[in-house]
Design a protein. Structure first.
Length: 277
C-alpha cells in the first residue's frame, strides 16, 4: 500500500492539471480522496497522485463537471477497470455514454446527481450548482464542498457569473475559480473570429478582469485561499492572471499572503498540496 504523506485529521487539496490540456482536482484527507474531473491520462493521474502519497486505492469517487474531453478523458477507465463511482448529472452521463472517444462504459459505477441537492461521500458533503458553459450536453456543474469546518467551492469553464452561482462562491473559505484569458491578448491574438466570439459569448469562459472584479466586489473576510484555474495557453499567462487579480484585491485594501492566499494553477502541472486542519 502506498504510504500517504498526511495524517488522517488533515484535509488536503491539490490540482493534478488545469487548463484545456486537461483538468483534475483532488480533495481528501490522509486516508482517502475524491477527484473532480479526470481530463488527463490515467498514467499521469497515478504518477501525480503518488507524488503526494496517494494511489487509486485511496480514491473513493470521481465527480464530473461537464462532458468536454479535457474533463472526462479517463472517466471510463476509472469506472470500468477500477470500479470507482462516477458522480455527474443525468445529462452529463448521457453525453459520456455517447462520446465516441470514451472507450469503456461507466456501467454500474454511474451515480446521478441533481443540482442543489446535497450528497455525502464519507466526510465530504457536495452540492452541485449550475454553471453556464457550452458543453455537449448543455450541462455544467460547479461544486460546493463542506468538510470539517471548511467550505470550498470549485467553479470552472464559466461562461458568465450568474446570480445563482454567487451564493456558492461567496460562502467559500477556499475558492477555485476560472481566470481563463486576458482580454487584450484574446482581442489582438490569432484566434479566428468565431472562436473569440465563442469564448466571450456568455457560454465560453471568463477573463482575468471579470474574475478580478467579481472577487474584489464580493470579498468576504472568511475567504482564505483563491486558486485561479483553467488559464488559456494562448491568451493568458500565470503572471498576468495573478497580477490582475492581485491589483484589484489590493485596491480593496487586501494584502496577498496576509489576509488572503492567492495561487495560480499552471497548465498541466501538479500543484503543491494545501492542508487544512
Amino acid at each position: 500500500m502506498q504510504h500517504n504523506l498526511f495524517s488522517s485529521d488533515k484535509y488536503i487539496f491539490f490540482c493534478l492539471s488545469s487548463g484545456s490540456c486537461g483538468n483534475c482536482y483532488f480533495v481528501g484527507n490522509g486516508d482517502y480522496g475524491i477527484l473532480i474531473d479526470v481530463g488527463i491520462g490515467v498514467r499521469t493521474i497515478r504518477k501525480r497522485l503518488k507524488e503526494h502519497g496517494y494511489d487509486f486505492e485511496h480514491i473513493r469517487a470521481v465527480l464530473i463537471t461537464h462532458d468536454h474531453m479535457d474533463h472526462i478523458k479517463s472517466v471510463g477507465t476509472f469506472a470500468h477497470r477500477h470500479h470507482i463511482p462516477i458522480y455527474a448529472s443525468k445529462e452529463v452521463h448521457s453525453a459520456i455514454e455517447n462520446h465516441r472517444l470514451i472507450k469503456y462504459p461507466i456501467g454500474a459505477s454511474k451515480r446521478i446527481i441533481e443540482k442543489e441537492t446535497p450528497f455525502q461521500i464519507e466526510d465530504f458533503r457536495f452540492t452541485a450548482f449550475d454553471v453556464p458553459h457550452d458543453s455537449t450536453s448543455g450541462d455544467n456543474s460547479g461544486y460546493f464542498i463542506e468538510f470539517g469546518t471548511h467550505k470550498m467551492t470549485l467553479a470552472t469553464d464559466i461562461g458568465r457569473l450568474t446570480d445563482e452561482m454567487i451564493p456558492y462562491l461567496t460562502k467559500a473559505h477556499h475558492l477555485i475559480i476560472e481566470s481563463n484569458y486576458d482580454e487584450e491578448m484574446l482581442s489582438s491574438g490569432n484566434y479566428p473570429y468565431h472562436l473569440k466570439q465563442r469564448i466571450t459569448s456568455g457560454y465560453g469562459h471568463i477573463s482575468n478582469k471579470q474574475t478580478a472584479e467579481f472577487l474584489a466586489d464580493n470579498y468576504r473576510s472568511h475567504l482564505k485561499n483563491i486558486w485561479l484555474c483553467h488559464l488559456s495557453n494562448d491568451n493568458n499567462t500565470p503572471e498576468l492572471a495573478y497580477d490582475t487579480i492581485e491589483r484589484h484585491l489590493r485596491a480593496k485594501g487586501l494584502t496577498m499572503g496576509k489576509e488572503l492566499q492567492l495561487h495560480v494553477l499552471e497548465r498541466n502541472k501538479l500543484s503543491p498540496a494545501i492542508k487544512f486542519t
